[in-house]
Design a protein around this ligand. Structure first.
Ligand code: FES
Length: 108
């Protein structure tokens, strides 16, 4: 499936390698500076980051370039954030998005 470019020996290694601490559903994890939220989640073995509004089926990042919207997560209480377009920052509180975002609602 997905694998960091530096692991393949191909392409530029965009990430600096500095470790950034963040949480996913309250679980402490680390990612590399320069990674996106979606890349950091995948690198940590996260296999689902949202559940669909219709069936509740688990979904995970797919295109990694802002097209499919399968990477939606709640970041610091704000839903509908595209993990593949959001740079990872130290201290981020990332959570699974269940269903669609509720307008004006901030999740803890
Ligand atoms: S993974 Fe497709 S839009 Fe983010």
């Amino acid at each position: 499936m997905f694998r960091p470019m530096f692991d393949t020996g191909k392409g530029p290694a965009a990430a600096s390698g500095a470790r950034l601490a963040f949480t996913f559903d309250g679980r402490p994890l680390t990612g590399r500076a320069g990674d996106t939220v979606a890349a950091a989640l995948l690198a940590n073995g996260v296999t689902a980051c949202r559940a669909t509004p219709v069936s509740g089926a688990p979904r995970a990042p797919y295109c990694m370039m802002g097209i499919c919207f399968e990477c939606l997560v709640v970041i610091d209480g704000i839903g509908n954030r595209q993990g593949c377009l959001e740079p990872l920052r130290a201290g981020m509180r990332i959570a699974t998005q269940h269903g669609r975002r509720q307008t004006g609602q901030v999740h803890g």
